[in-house]
Design a protein around this ligand. Structure first.
Ligand code: GUN
Ligand code: FE
Length: 475
Protein backbone atom coordinates (compact mmCIF):
# COMPACT_ATOMS: atom_id res chain seq x y z
CA UNK A 1 0.00 0.00 0.00
CA UNK A 2 1.39 3.44 -0.82
CA UNK A 3 1.20 6.16 1.82
CA UNK A 4 -1.16 9.11 1.14
CA UNK A 5 0.42 12.23 -0.33
CA UNK A 6 0.56 15.78 1.05
CA UNK A 7 1.59 18.57 -1.26
CA UNK A 8 2.38 22.28 -1.12
CA UNK A 9 2.61 24.64 -4.11
CA UNK A 10 4.72 27.78 -4.38
CA UNK A 11 8.09 29.14 -5.46
CA UNK A 12 10.79 26.56 -4.65
CA UNK A 13 14.56 27.01 -4.27
CA UNK A 14 16.53 23.77 -4.22
CA UNK A 15 20.24 24.09 -3.38
CA UNK A 16 22.09 21.24 -5.07
CA UNK A 17 24.72 19.19 -3.23
CA UNK A 18 27.79 20.11 -5.33
CA UNK A 19 27.01 23.48 -6.89
CA UNK A 20 24.11 25.58 -8.07
CA UNK A 21 20.50 26.05 -7.06
CA UNK A 22 17.41 24.86 -8.91
CA UNK A 23 14.53 27.36 -9.05
CA UNK A 24 10.90 26.74 -9.84
CA UNK A 25 8.83 29.98 -9.67
CA UNK A 26 5.73 27.77 -9.64
CA UNK A 27 6.95 24.61 -7.96
CA UNK A 28 5.76 22.04 -5.51
CA UNK A 29 6.86 19.58 -2.87
CA UNK A 30 5.06 16.32 -2.26
CA UNK A 31 5.55 14.27 0.89
CA UNK A 32 4.07 11.02 2.14
CA UNK A 33 2.47 10.14 5.46
CA UNK A 34 5.79 9.04 6.91
CA UNK A 35 7.26 12.52 6.41
CA UNK A 36 9.47 11.61 3.45
CA UNK A 37 9.67 13.53 0.20
CA UNK A 38 8.10 11.87 -2.82
CA UNK A 39 8.58 14.58 -5.42
CA UNK A 40 9.95 18.09 -5.95
CA UNK A 41 9.90 20.17 -9.12
CA UNK A 42 7.81 22.35 -11.39
CA UNK A 43 4.12 22.27 -10.48
CA UNK A 44 3.05 21.45 -14.05
CA UNK A 45 5.34 18.43 -14.26
CA UNK A 46 4.77 17.02 -10.74
CA UNK A 47 1.00 17.65 -10.75
CA UNK A 48 0.59 15.85 -14.07
CA UNK A 49 2.79 12.93 -13.04
CA UNK A 50 1.12 12.40 -9.63
CA UNK A 51 -2.36 13.51 -10.77
CA UNK A 52 -2.63 16.19 -8.09
CA UNK A 53 -5.89 18.14 -7.81
CA UNK A 54 -4.96 21.88 -7.89
CA UNK A 55 -7.94 22.73 -5.67
CA UNK A 56 -6.67 20.37 -2.97
CA UNK A 57 -3.09 21.63 -2.83
CA UNK A 58 -2.47 24.62 -0.51
CA UNK A 59 -0.35 27.58 -1.57
CA UNK A 60 2.84 28.24 0.37
CA UNK A 61 3.26 31.22 2.71
CA UNK A 62 6.42 32.26 0.89
CA UNK A 63 9.49 30.97 -0.89
CA UNK A 64 10.03 27.28 -0.08
CA UNK A 65 13.58 26.13 0.71
CA UNK A 66 15.29 23.47 2.80
CA UNK A 67 15.59 24.21 6.53
CA UNK A 68 18.75 26.06 7.57
CA UNK A 69 21.64 24.53 9.55
CA UNK A 70 24.15 26.41 11.75
CA UNK A 71 27.39 24.49 12.34
CA UNK A 72 28.91 27.00 14.77
CA UNK A 73 26.87 28.70 17.49
CA UNK A 74 27.12 29.12 21.27
CA UNK A 75 23.93 28.28 23.20
CA UNK A 76 24.90 29.97 26.52
CA UNK A 77 25.68 33.19 24.64
CA UNK A 78 22.16 33.43 23.22
CA UNK A 79 21.03 35.76 26.06
CA UNK A 80 23.90 38.16 25.27
CA UNK A 81 23.75 37.94 21.46
CA UNK A 82 24.87 41.19 19.93
CA UNK A 83 26.27 42.32 23.30
CA UNK A 84 29.36 40.12 23.10
CA UNK A 85 31.76 43.11 23.10
CA UNK A 86 29.58 45.52 25.06
CA UNK A 87 31.57 47.82 27.34
CA UNK A 88 34.93 46.59 26.02
CA UNK A 89 37.42 49.46 25.72
CA UNK A 90 38.82 50.52 22.36
CA UNK A 91 41.79 48.43 21.24
CA UNK A 92 42.33 46.35 24.38
CA UNK A 93 45.85 44.84 24.68
CA UNK A 94 44.98 41.19 23.84
CA UNK A 95 42.42 42.17 21.19
CA UNK A 96 38.65 42.54 21.20
CA UNK A 97 37.91 38.81 21.37
CA UNK A 98 39.82 37.99 24.55
CA UNK A 99 38.59 41.12 26.36
CA UNK A 100 34.98 40.30 25.40
CA UNK A 101 35.27 36.72 26.58
CA UNK A 102 36.47 37.87 29.95
CA UNK A 103 34.03 40.73 30.39
CA UNK A 104 30.76 39.37 28.96
CA UNK A 105 30.99 35.81 27.69
CA UNK A 106 32.49 33.83 30.55
CA UNK A 107 30.05 35.28 33.12
CA UNK A 108 27.11 34.39 30.81
CA UNK A 109 28.43 30.83 30.46
CA UNK A 110 29.03 30.53 34.20
CA UNK A 111 25.35 31.22 34.86
CA UNK A 112 24.45 27.97 33.05
CA UNK A 113 25.81 25.95 35.94
CA UNK A 114 22.36 26.20 37.48
CA UNK A 115 20.01 23.74 35.77
CA UNK A 116 16.96 26.02 35.92
CA UNK A 117 18.85 28.79 34.13
CA UNK A 118 20.38 26.33 31.63
CA UNK A 119 16.92 24.95 30.81
CA UNK A 120 15.58 28.44 30.27
CA UNK A 121 18.51 29.44 28.02
CA UNK A 122 18.24 26.26 25.94
CA UNK A 123 14.46 26.68 25.56
CA UNK A 124 14.86 30.27 24.32
CA UNK A 125 17.65 29.19 21.98
CA UNK A 126 15.52 26.36 20.58
CA UNK A 127 12.53 28.64 20.00
CA UNK A 128 14.53 31.47 18.45
CA UNK A 129 16.61 29.31 16.10
CA UNK A 130 13.47 27.50 14.93
CA UNK A 131 11.69 30.83 14.35
CA UNK A 132 14.57 31.74 12.04
CA UNK A 133 14.24 28.44 10.15
CA UNK A 134 17.29 26.79 11.74
CA UNK A 135 16.57 23.15 12.61
CA UNK A 136 20.02 21.86 13.51
CA UNK A 137 23.75 22.34 13.53
CA UNK A 138 26.67 22.11 15.92
CA UNK A 139 26.43 24.11 19.14
CA UNK A 140 28.80 24.83 21.99
CA UNK A 141 27.21 24.45 25.42
CA UNK A 142 29.41 25.06 28.48
CA UNK A 143 31.95 23.18 30.61
CA UNK A 144 29.04 21.80 32.64
CA UNK A 145 28.01 18.20 31.92
CA UNK A 146 24.56 18.88 33.38
CA UNK A 147 23.92 21.87 31.11
CA UNK A 148 25.24 19.92 28.12
CA UNK A 149 22.85 17.07 28.89
CA UNK A 150 19.96 19.55 29.10
CA UNK A 151 20.87 20.94 25.66
CA UNK A 152 21.19 17.44 24.16
CA UNK A 153 17.79 16.52 25.56
CA UNK A 154 15.92 19.71 24.67
CA UNK A 155 17.29 20.52 21.21
CA UNK A 156 15.89 18.83 18.08
CA UNK A 157 17.75 15.76 16.83
CA UNK A 158 19.67 17.54 14.06
CA UNK A 159 21.67 19.46 16.68
CA UNK A 160 25.07 18.25 17.90
CA UNK A 161 26.12 19.75 21.22
CA UNK A 162 29.57 20.31 22.69
CA UNK A 163 30.70 19.90 26.27
CA UNK A 164 33.33 22.65 26.34
CA UNK A 165 36.86 21.89 27.56
CA UNK A 166 39.04 24.65 28.97
CA UNK A 167 41.56 24.97 31.74
CA UNK A 168 43.47 28.19 31.26
CA UNK A 169 42.93 31.93 30.85
CA UNK A 170 39.37 31.56 32.09
CA UNK A 171 37.74 32.01 35.49
CA UNK A 172 38.17 29.16 37.99
CA UNK A 173 34.42 28.50 37.87
CA UNK A 174 34.72 27.53 34.17
CA UNK A 175 37.71 25.20 34.42
CA UNK A 176 37.11 21.69 33.15
CA UNK A 177 37.11 19.23 35.98
CA UNK A 178 39.56 16.72 34.50
CA UNK A 179 39.02 13.86 36.95
CA UNK A 180 35.31 13.84 36.10
CA UNK A 181 35.70 14.42 32.38
CA UNK A 182 36.08 10.85 31.13
CA UNK A 183 32.97 9.75 33.02
CA UNK A 184 30.96 12.75 31.82
CA UNK A 185 31.88 12.12 28.18
CA UNK A 186 31.24 8.39 28.46
CA UNK A 187 27.76 8.96 29.90
CA UNK A 188 26.82 11.68 27.42
CA UNK A 189 28.17 9.66 24.49
CA UNK A 190 26.32 6.56 25.67
CA UNK A 191 23.01 8.43 25.71
CA UNK A 192 23.48 10.73 22.72
CA UNK A 193 26.14 9.14 20.46
CA UNK A 194 27.54 11.35 17.71
CA UNK A 195 25.30 14.22 18.76
CA UNK A 196 27.90 14.86 21.44
CA UNK A 197 30.84 16.78 20.00
CA UNK A 198 34.10 17.09 21.93
CA UNK A 199 34.82 20.80 22.18
CA UNK A 200 38.28 22.23 22.64
CA UNK A 201 37.42 25.90 23.16
CA UNK A 202 40.65 27.17 21.55
CA UNK A 203 44.39 26.92 22.04
CA UNK A 204 44.41 29.97 24.32
CA UNK A 205 42.26 28.23 26.93
CA UNK A 206 43.21 24.57 26.50
CA UNK A 207 46.68 23.19 27.18
CA UNK A 208 48.19 20.20 25.41
CA UNK A 209 47.44 17.63 28.15
CA UNK A 210 43.75 18.57 28.27
CA UNK A 211 43.56 18.67 24.45
CA UNK A 212 45.10 15.19 24.23
CA UNK A 213 42.65 13.94 26.83
CA UNK A 214 39.82 15.32 24.68
CA UNK A 215 41.26 13.73 21.55
CA UNK A 216 41.58 10.35 23.31
CA UNK A 217 37.97 10.56 24.48
CA UNK A 218 36.77 11.52 20.99
CA UNK A 219 38.61 8.53 19.52
CA UNK A 220 37.39 6.12 22.18
CA UNK A 221 33.75 7.10 21.70
CA UNK A 222 33.85 7.70 17.94
CA UNK A 223 33.06 11.43 18.30
CA UNK A 224 34.13 14.41 16.23
CA UNK A 225 35.59 17.65 17.61
CA UNK A 226 35.12 21.40 17.22
CA UNK A 227 37.26 24.41 18.09
CA UNK A 228 38.22 27.97 17.08
CA UNK A 229 41.28 28.73 14.93
CA UNK A 230 43.06 31.86 13.70
CA UNK A 231 40.24 34.26 14.53
CA UNK A 232 42.16 37.39 15.55
CA UNK A 233 45.73 38.58 15.05
CA UNK A 234 46.41 39.15 18.76
CA UNK A 235 45.01 35.70 19.59
CA UNK A 236 47.22 34.08 16.92
CA UNK A 237 50.29 35.91 18.24
CA UNK A 238 49.53 34.77 21.79
CA UNK A 239 49.21 31.14 20.67
CA UNK A 240 52.24 31.09 18.35
CA UNK A 241 54.66 33.33 20.22
CA UNK A 242 53.81 32.87 23.89
CA UNK A 243 51.84 29.69 24.55
CA UNK A 244 53.17 27.29 21.89
CA UNK A 245 56.40 28.83 20.51
CA UNK A 246 57.70 25.46 19.30
CA UNK A 247 54.59 24.25 17.45
CA UNK A 248 55.24 26.05 14.14
CA UNK A 249 51.77 27.54 13.78
CA UNK A 250 48.38 27.82 15.46
CA UNK A 251 47.08 25.05 13.20
CA UNK A 252 50.13 22.88 13.96
CA UNK A 253 49.15 22.92 17.66
CA UNK A 254 45.93 21.15 16.71
CA UNK A 255 47.72 18.82 14.27
CA UNK A 256 50.41 17.86 16.79
CA UNK A 257 47.91 17.12 19.55
CA UNK A 258 45.72 14.94 17.30
CA UNK A 259 42.69 17.25 17.12
CA UNK A 260 42.93 17.76 13.36
CA UNK A 261 42.42 14.03 12.85
CA UNK A 262 39.07 14.11 14.70
CA UNK A 263 36.99 15.59 11.80
CA UNK A 264 36.94 18.97 13.52
CA UNK A 265 34.72 21.90 12.68
CA UNK A 266 37.19 24.81 12.79
CA UNK A 267 35.59 28.21 13.32
CA UNK A 268 36.93 31.29 11.50
CA UNK A 269 40.35 30.41 9.94
CA UNK A 270 40.94 34.03 8.95
CA UNK A 271 44.66 34.50 9.52
CA UNK A 272 45.79 31.15 8.08
CA UNK A 273 49.17 31.00 6.35
CA UNK A 274 49.71 28.68 3.36
CA UNK A 275 51.31 25.93 5.50
CA UNK A 276 48.25 26.01 7.77
CA UNK A 277 45.88 25.76 4.81
CA UNK A 278 47.80 22.69 3.66
CA UNK A 279 47.52 21.06 7.08
CA UNK A 280 43.77 21.72 7.23
CA UNK A 281 43.17 20.52 3.66
CA UNK A 282 45.07 17.28 4.28
CA UNK A 283 43.22 16.53 7.51
CA UNK A 284 39.54 16.20 6.64
CA UNK A 285 38.70 19.20 8.82
CA UNK A 286 35.96 21.64 7.80
CA UNK A 287 35.57 25.38 8.32
CA UNK A 288 32.74 27.35 9.93
CA UNK A 289 32.82 30.76 8.25
CA UNK A 290 31.14 33.49 10.33
CA UNK A 291 31.14 36.84 8.47
CA UNK A 292 28.88 38.72 10.91
CA UNK A 293 31.01 37.76 13.92
CA UNK A 294 34.21 38.47 12.00
CA UNK A 295 32.92 41.94 11.15
CA UNK A 296 31.55 42.94 14.55
CA UNK A 297 34.61 41.70 16.46
CA UNK A 298 36.92 43.32 13.88
CA UNK A 299 38.54 39.93 13.30
CA UNK A 300 39.06 40.17 9.52
CA UNK A 301 37.74 38.39 6.43
CA UNK A 302 38.26 34.67 5.81
CA UNK A 303 40.24 34.17 2.56
CA UNK A 304 37.39 32.52 0.68
CA UNK A 305 39.27 31.95 -2.57
CA UNK A 306 42.18 30.29 -0.75
CA UNK A 307 39.85 27.99 1.22
CA UNK A 308 37.91 27.08 -1.94
CA UNK A 309 41.06 26.48 -3.99
CA UNK A 310 42.34 24.14 -1.26
CA UNK A 311 39.07 22.19 -1.46
CA UNK A 312 38.30 22.62 2.25
CA UNK A 313 34.57 22.10 2.95
CA UNK A 314 33.04 25.15 4.58
CA UNK A 315 29.67 26.59 5.51
CA UNK A 316 28.17 29.80 6.89
CA UNK A 317 27.49 30.04 10.63
CA UNK A 318 26.34 32.75 13.03
CA UNK A 319 28.71 32.28 16.00
CA UNK A 320 25.97 33.76 18.24
CA UNK A 321 26.56 35.58 20.67
CA UNK A 322 29.11 37.42 18.48
CA UNK A 323 26.22 37.90 16.02
CA UNK A 324 23.14 39.75 17.24
CA UNK A 325 20.84 37.26 15.50
CA UNK A 326 20.39 33.55 14.86
CA UNK A 327 19.19 34.45 11.35
CA UNK A 328 21.33 32.76 8.72
CA UNK A 329 19.72 35.06 6.15
CA UNK A 330 21.62 37.90 7.85
CA UNK A 331 24.78 35.77 7.63
CA UNK A 332 24.18 35.22 3.89
CA UNK A 333 23.85 38.97 3.35
CA UNK A 334 27.08 39.66 5.25
CA UNK A 335 28.87 36.91 3.27
CA UNK A 336 27.91 38.69 0.04
CA UNK A 337 29.00 42.07 1.40
CA UNK A 338 32.42 41.15 2.82
CA UNK A 339 33.41 39.16 -0.29
CA UNK A 340 31.84 41.53 -2.83
CA UNK A 341 34.26 42.17 -5.65
CA UNK A 342 37.00 40.14 -3.94
CA UNK A 343 35.68 36.67 -4.72
CA UNK A 344 33.81 35.47 -7.77
CA UNK A 345 32.60 32.59 -5.60
CA UNK A 346 30.44 34.75 -3.33
CA UNK A 347 27.19 34.57 -5.28
CA UNK A 348 23.67 34.54 -3.83
CA UNK A 349 23.33 30.91 -4.98
CA UNK A 350 26.53 29.98 -3.13
CA UNK A 351 25.36 31.83 0.00
CA UNK A 352 22.21 29.70 0.03
CA UNK A 353 24.16 26.47 -0.51
CA UNK A 354 26.42 27.41 2.43
CA UNK A 355 23.48 27.45 4.88
CA UNK A 356 21.72 24.33 3.56
CA UNK A 357 23.41 21.67 1.39
CA UNK A 358 26.97 22.45 2.57
CA UNK A 359 26.32 22.24 6.33
CA UNK A 360 24.12 19.17 5.78
CA UNK A 361 27.14 17.42 4.22
CA UNK A 362 29.49 18.71 6.91
CA UNK A 363 27.19 17.57 9.71
CA UNK A 364 26.52 14.12 8.25
CA UNK A 365 22.86 15.00 7.61
CA UNK A 366 22.92 15.02 3.80
CA UNK A 367 20.81 11.89 3.50
CA UNK A 368 17.97 13.75 5.28
CA UNK A 369 18.38 17.52 4.92
CA UNK A 370 20.05 20.27 2.89
CA UNK A 371 18.65 19.47 -0.57
CA UNK A 372 15.17 18.41 -1.69
CA UNK A 373 15.16 14.94 -3.26
CA UNK A 374 12.77 11.99 -3.10
CA UNK A 375 13.52 9.81 -0.08
CA UNK A 376 14.90 12.66 2.05
CA UNK A 377 12.89 14.30 4.81
CA UNK A 378 9.86 16.32 3.80
CA UNK A 379 11.30 19.23 5.80
CA UNK A 380 11.17 22.79 4.51
CA UNK A 381 10.77 26.42 5.48
CA UNK A 382 8.61 29.13 3.92
CA UNK A 383 10.15 32.61 3.86
CA UNK A 384 8.09 35.75 3.16
CA UNK A 385 9.41 37.27 -0.06
CA UNK A 386 10.75 40.79 0.28
CA UNK A 387 9.83 41.60 -3.33
CA UNK A 388 6.35 42.08 -4.72
CA UNK A 389 7.30 41.04 -8.27
CA UNK A 390 7.89 37.32 -8.76
CA UNK A 391 11.63 36.65 -9.13
CA UNK A 392 12.68 35.28 -12.51
CA UNK A 393 15.90 33.52 -11.52
CA UNK A 394 17.37 31.75 -8.48
CA UNK A 395 19.70 34.73 -8.05
CA UNK A 396 16.74 37.15 -7.95
CA UNK A 397 14.80 34.89 -5.60
CA UNK A 398 17.72 34.72 -3.12
CA UNK A 399 19.04 38.28 -3.36
CA UNK A 400 15.71 40.08 -3.65
CA UNK A 401 13.22 37.57 -2.26
CA UNK A 402 15.13 36.17 0.72
CA UNK A 403 17.59 38.98 1.50
CA UNK A 404 15.67 42.07 0.36
CA UNK A 405 18.70 43.37 -1.55
CA UNK A 406 18.92 44.79 -5.05
CA UNK A 407 21.80 44.33 -7.50
CA UNK A 408 22.62 48.01 -6.87
CA UNK A 409 22.80 47.39 -3.08
CA UNK A 410 25.28 44.60 -3.71
CA UNK A 411 27.31 46.58 -6.25
CA UNK A 412 27.76 49.39 -3.69
CA UNK A 413 29.94 47.02 -1.65
CA UNK A 414 32.44 46.95 -4.55
CA UNK A 415 32.63 50.73 -4.99
CA UNK A 416 35.82 52.56 -4.02
CA UNK A 417 33.87 55.56 -2.74
CA UNK A 418 31.45 53.66 -0.49
CA UNK A 419 32.58 54.08 3.15
CA UNK A 420 31.28 50.64 4.12
CA UNK A 421 33.15 48.99 1.23
CA UNK A 422 36.30 50.86 2.27
CA UNK A 423 35.79 49.67 5.86
CA UNK A 424 35.54 46.05 4.65
CA UNK A 425 38.78 46.50 2.67
CA UNK A 426 40.51 47.68 5.83
CA UNK A 427 38.90 44.84 7.79
CA UNK A 428 40.42 42.40 5.29
CA UNK A 429 43.83 44.04 5.27
CA UNK A 430 44.44 44.77 8.92
CA UNK A 431 41.36 44.27 11.08
CA UNK A 432 38.98 47.08 11.93
CA UNK A 433 39.97 50.11 13.88
CA UNK A 434 37.74 51.22 16.66
CA UNK A 435 36.37 54.34 15.05
CA UNK A 436 34.28 55.14 12.02
CA UNK A 437 34.90 51.79 10.26
CA UNK A 438 33.39 49.76 13.04
CA UNK A 439 30.52 52.19 13.54
CA UNK A 440 29.60 52.06 9.83
CA UNK A 441 29.69 48.28 9.57
CA UNK A 442 28.04 47.71 12.94
CA UNK A 443 25.09 49.96 12.05
CA UNK A 444 24.68 48.14 8.74
CA UNK A 445 24.78 44.66 10.33
CA UNK A 446 22.29 45.60 13.03
CA UNK A 447 19.94 47.08 10.47
CA UNK A 448 20.21 43.96 8.29
CA UNK A 449 19.67 41.70 11.30
CA UNK A 450 16.51 43.58 12.29
CA UNK A 451 15.24 43.44 8.71
CA UNK A 452 15.93 39.74 8.10
CA UNK A 453 15.01 38.28 11.48
CA UNK A 454 11.69 36.50 11.60
CA UNK A 455 10.95 36.49 7.89
CA UNK A 456 10.33 32.74 8.17
CA UNK A 457 6.59 32.15 8.15
CA UNK A 458 6.49 28.42 8.75
CA UNK A 459 8.84 25.51 9.44
CA UNK A 460 7.85 21.95 8.55
CA UNK A 461 9.82 18.97 9.76
CA UNK A 462 9.10 15.50 8.35
CA UNK A 463 5.71 16.67 7.10
CA UNK A 464 4.63 18.27 10.39
CA UNK A 465 4.42 22.02 10.95
CA UNK A 466 6.68 22.76 13.93
CA UNK A 467 6.64 26.57 13.78
CA UNK A 468 4.15 29.14 12.51
CA UNK A 469 4.88 32.87 12.66
CA UNK A 470 2.33 35.15 14.21
CA UNK A 471 1.95 38.70 12.92
CA UNK A 472 3.24 40.02 9.63
CA UNK A 473 6.78 39.75 8.36
CA UNK A 474 8.98 42.83 8.69
CA UNK A 475 9.47 44.65 5.38
N1 GUN B 1 37.18 31.85 20.75
C1 GUN B 1 37.10 31.15 21.91
N2 GUN B 1 35.87 31.22 22.43
C2 GUN B 1 35.15 31.97 21.60
C3 GUN B 1 33.79 32.40 21.60
O1 GUN B 1 33.00 32.09 22.48
N3 GUN B 1 33.42 33.17 20.55
C4 GUN B 1 34.27 33.54 19.55
N4 GUN B 1 33.82 34.30 18.55
N5 GUN B 1 35.53 33.14 19.54
C5 GUN B 1 35.98 32.38 20.54
FE1 FE C 1 32.54 30.78 18.28
Amino acid sequence: MTAPLRAIRGPVLNPLPEAGVAWWPDGCLVGDDRGDLVAVGAWSEVAARLQLDPAAVPASAGIILPPLLDAHIHVPQHPIRGRFAEGVEADPPGGRLLASLERNVFPAEGRCEGPAHARHVVADFAADTLANGVVGGAAYMTVHARATRIALEQLPDAWSVGLVLMNGRCPAYLRTDEPGLADDVALLARDHGRRLIVTDRFAVSVDTPLRRTGVALARRHGLRMQTHLDEQRAEKALVEEVLYPDAGSYTAVYARDGLLACEPILAHCIHVRPDEVELIAASGAVIAHCPVSNTLLGSGVMPLDVIRAAGIPHCLCTDVGASPTTSLLCEMAQFLKVHAGASAAATPEEALRLVTAAPAAILGLADRLGTFAPGRECSFIEVASATSTPPATARDAILGGLLGMTEADLAAWCRADDPRAAAVRRLRERGLDWGADLAALEADVRDTAARLEHRVRRVTRRGRVVFTATGTAPR
